[in-house]
Design a binder for this molecule. Structure first.
Ligand SMILES: *Cc1c(COP(=O)(O)O)cnc(C)c1O
Length: 823
């Protein structure tokens, strides 16, 4: 498969040297590391460019259907290494760099992560783009070019401090500004309507609005081992060009200032909330901004080759990544009616064949609902259209369920003074999908039951996946090479081939090799931890890892409470037989999420006490890795022995971190939640450690109004001891009240919130038992190695290539477009 005959070493080398001169007026021996990174990145871009042009040319020629993946978030991480990998020229390019005296790892380390996302949802979008390009499907990612992405996390005195992420400071060598596609987006004002005497149609015109010009920046998405280069199109905002306006408009100083501020604010910063809706006006502006620009551009491109917009759905489909881009429904209706002259029914027919929706959560606090006042003031024409969609939909509900007000209360798009975005997406979408089997079942049986009963044909499941190119081939080169040595390199584009490894699971030599690779990856992570935390960790200890956004439902608190418990046990029984364990955490908390930030402080406080207690002989270490993100994640996944996936059952829609760990040979310690259920199904329950309430049990307790944690507190001495340590100063000698909120959240009902909302105490014993099983299993090295190999061999299902093929087959109906060789 590997064919890099196109690669010209000398030319690549020459380009790096000349880039350095023309960009920085320096020879490479004078340039700093960032300048060297830029010089290399531009040289790689030069190779990409010809394929990118060829791809777009072939797409225009073949004119096949294209998916527009609309997402507020794309958590791309670094591009350089990934592009080198996908060009299949990583080793060759690495060699050139060596000849120039550069270390590839140092060069890659200069690139800031493109952190235009919060967590799983944004990373899913990035994995999907990689798979779409690799599988040769015509696709665009559509999003926002935030000036500041996800904040950088610094830990000061154990607390999280948020620092702005000025990721564009040195420029982005891979992006291309497309000044030729300025697109105007309008906010506010009012709608003037009149009857067109010639056609007899009612016409609607937005007046006295504030406008911004959206300018697209294109980022190449290189497919692995193919010539396809797709496009991530992220929009920047600029003030509208006032140069061409009449002198009257030019004189509107107030308006000019407002529009300048609007343009500046709109793309300023990514909202740092994961699975939580804040209802901010600026957020709705961001949503309409990128959706309007993307839809306008998609239609303009369609019209370059087609004159009947009534057949738009034959060439275009919009996938909505959660409800964030759902205004696309009304924006498409607006363009089709107000600009293209279609009647309502014609426009509705097109829209409902073009838009599809992915649901990512059942958590009530994440559901987007906009107050009518805000929505109609900001988007007056869009609101009119949503009102009419709602009016017709409510008629439909009434016809189907006469006299049933409850159905209207639950399904209406506008209700109780609010616009409900999920209801709009489901009503208008031709497909509604969940992101793991369990999640889709819960949608159908509980959260979206009424919709499912009314329109079952729309519902389907698409279990999430991850790209093995980034999370194995790039992140874990030792394991990747070992696998290729055993079964060939077919797994890189067909991950199900990993099952061929199963013939080696009892082979002692293979087991040893695998343990050796894991050890080396643990040494790499230990070095990173030493450099960044100043803590010495033992690569011979069990690396037990929980990295993901800090959220109560993900239960980092359960993890750290168990560490506190284990520490007590070791202190009480100094001879206790436990394998040394390093508990590794990494998590950003939303800036305004108090209890999440307290949990970070608790983890760091527990780390301080335990890591400095010489009496336990290093049996337990606790490490909080600062600023968890895609690039350090790649080092972390490769080094993990244990993957902590301990969310309250029913709360984690899928999870994708769980898949990255499995692919790198970690054992899942988890609840039967999200895709954990399918991981267990693939690898076998004996190769994971499962604990805790089932989703059915959680849902039953919730319907009964919760459970009584005081009973556990009163009857379980170890748990009580740990909880008292939250308020007796053991981990906060200078302020015994520091962790009072955490203590209260576990034991007291407060302000309509149930005590221990996430069943931490309820699951504690079961979790502690599961941790004991991990300890025992790790003591049998051969059995552990076998399990590790089986986890890797069973990870094939969790490739985003499989997920994308399912979207293509069941939802989008795309055809591949093969891009011929360039030159
Ligand atoms: C994969 C990934 C996530 C999602 O992790 P979960 O454990 O599924 O929540 C979040 N952040 C980063 C940086 C990731 O790479």
């Amino acid at each position: 498969m590997s064919n890099t005959s196109w690669f010209n070493k000398d030319e690549f080398k020459k380009n790096i040297i000349s880039n350095c001169k023309s960009l920085f007026r320096k020879n490479i021996d004078e340039a700093d590391k960032q300048q060297l990174f830029q010089s290399v990145a531009y040289a790689v871009k030069e190779i990409i460019i010809d394929r990118w042009i060829a791809t777009q040319k072939e797409y225009a020629k073949q004119d096949k259907k294209t998916v527009y993946y609309m997402s507020m978030e794309f958590l791309m991480g670094r591009a350089l290494g990934n592009n080198m990998i996908n060009l299949m020229a990583y080793d060759e390019m690495k060699e050139v760099l060596e000849e120039l005296g550069m270390d590839i790892n140092v060069i890659e380390d200069q690139e800031p992560d493109a952190a235009l996302g919060n967590g799983g949802l944004g990373r899913l979008a990035a994995c999907f783009l990689d798979s779409l390009a690799t599988l040769e499907y015509p696709a665009y990612g559509c999003g926002i070019r935030y000036k500041y992405g996800m904040f950088k996390q610094e830990i000061k005195d154990g607390y999280q401090v948020e620092v702005p992420d000025n990721w564009l400071k040195d420029g982005n060598p891979f992006e291309i500004k497309r000044s030729e596609y300025p697109t105007v987006v309008k906010f506010g004002g009012y709608v003037r309507s009149y009857r067109d005497e010639k056609t007899g149609r009612d016409m609607f015109v937005q007046e006295d609005y504030r406008a911004v010009t959206a300018i697209p920046y294109d980022v190449p998405v290189v497919g692995y081992g193919v010539n396809t280069v797709n496009t991530l199109r992220i929009w920047d905002a600029e003030p509208v060009d006032t140069f061409n306006l009449s002198s009257f408009d030019k004189g509107d100083y107030q308006k000019a200032v407002e529009e300048e501020n609007l343009a500046k604010n709109i793309v300023e910063v990514l909202y740092p909330n994961d699975n939580h809706y804040a209802g901010k006006e600026l957020r709705l502006k961001q949503q309409y901004f990128f959706v309007s620009a993307s839809v306008q551009r998609a239609i303009a491109q369609y019209k370059e080759r087609h004159d009947d917009v009534r057949k738009l759905y034959e060439k275009v489909t919009f996938q909505l990544n959660d409800t964030h881009p759902t205004v696309a429904v009304a924006e498409l209706m607006r363009i089709l009616m107000d600009e293209e002259g279609l009647e309502w029914d014609e426009a509705w027919d097109v829209t409902t064949k073009t838009v599809a929706y992915t649901n990512h959560t059942i958590m009530a606090e994440a559901l987007e609902k906009w107050p009518i006042e805000l929505f109609s003031r900001l988007l007056p024409r869009i609101y009119q259209i949503v009102e009419e969609i709602n009016r017709r939909f409510v008629e439909e509900i009434k016809a189907k369920y006469p006299g049933n007000q409850d159905k209207i209360r639950k399904m209406a798009i506008i209700y109780d003074g609010q616009v409900k975005m999920a209801n709009l997406a489901i009503c208008a979408g031709y497909s509604v999908n969940g992101v793991a089997k369990l999640h889709t079942e819960i949608l159908e049986k509980q959260e979206l039951k009424d919709f499912y009963e009314m329109m079952p044909e729309k519902f389907n499941n698409k279990t999430n996946g991850i790209t093995q190119r980034r999370f194995l081939l790039h992140a874990n080169p030792l394991l990747a090479a070992w696998i290729t040595d055993k079964i060939g390199d077919g797994w890189i584009t067909d991950l199900t081939q990993l099952k061929k490894l199963k013939v080696y699971v009892d082979d002692a030599k293979c087991q040893q090799e695998l343990m050796q690779i894991k050890y080396k990856n643990k040494v790499r992570l230990a070095k990173y931890i030493k450099e960044h935390n100043g803590i010495d960790v033992d690569p011979n200890s069990i690396f037990d890892v929980q990295v993901k956004r800090l959220h109560e439902y993900k239960r980092q608190l359960l993890n750290i409470l168990h560490v506190m418990y284990l520490y007590n046990e070791v202190k009480k029984n100094p001879d206790m037989d436990i394998k040394p364990r390093t508990f590794i955490f990494g998590a950003k908390a939303a800036a305004g999420y108090k209890i999440a930030k307290q949990t970070i402080k608790l983890i760091n406080s527990v780390a301080d006490v335990i890591n400095n207690d010489a009496s336990i002989n290093g049996k337990i270490k606790v490490v909080f890795i600062e600023n968890y993100r895609v690039s350090n994640g790649e080092i972390i996944f490769a080094a993990a022995d244990v993957s902590e996936q301990i969310s309250t059952a029913s709360k984690e829609a899928s999870g994708t971190g769980n898949m990255k760990f499995m692919l790198n040979g970690a054992m899942t310690l988890g609840t039967m939640d999200g895709a954990n259920v399918e991981i267990v199904q693939e690898v076998g329950i004996e190769n994971a450690v499962i604990f805790g309430l089932s989703s059915d049990e959680v849902i039953r307790y919730e319907n009964e109004g919760g459970y009584d944690p005081m009973e556990i507190f009163n009857n379980d001495q170890n748990i009580r001891e740990v909880l008292m340590e939250l308020i007796n100063g053991k981990y906060s000698p200078d302020d015994t009240e520091r962790f009072r909120d955490i203590y209260n959240s576990l034991l007291n009902n407060q302000g309509g919130r149930r005590a221990d909302t996430y069943f931490i105490l309820k699951d504690f014993r079961s979790y502690a038992d599961a941790q004991k099983i991990i300890n025992e299993r790790y003591s049998d090295e051969k059995a552990w190695a076998k399990s590790m190999m089986l986890n890797i061999a069973s990870a094939g299902k969790f490739s985003s290539d499989r997920t994308i093929e399912e979207y293509v087959h069941d939802i989008w109906k795309l055809e591949k477009v093969h891009i011929p060789d360039v030159k």
